[in-house]
Design a protein. Structure first.
Length: 95
């Protein structure tokens, strides 16, 4: 996906109201105008399609908005229990 880097601020403001938040800090990290590996797509609410929004994943150091199975152990991030407390990540976020 190609974006105009010179309009990044306006573009994030527009999409933050409609879709994503642009608050996750993972949008176009290298400022090249493309959605690359390890970057979330600001046109999507859930870049990796794991059932957790990019905004829900961004506060957690073990969840990555661009990777549906952030720890590589099996279930997607929504159904996984990254801190091994017996509750899925979705259950914790919804609590």
């Amino acid at each position: 996906m190609r974006r105009d880097p010179s309009r990044k601020r306006d573009w994030c403001t527009i999409t933050s109201n409609a879709l994503d938040t642009c608050l996750g800090g993972f949008e176009d990290v290298n400022q090249n105008g493309f959605v690359d590996a390890n970057e979330s797509d600001p046109t999507l609410v859930d870049t990796d399609g794991d059932g957790l929004t990019d905004l829900e994943e961004s506060p957690f150091t073990t969840l990555f908005p661009w990777n549906a199975n952030s720890n590589g152990t099996g279930p997607n991030d929504s159904d996984d229990d990254h801190d091994l407390d017996g509750f899925t990540n979705r259950e914790e976020i919804d609590a």
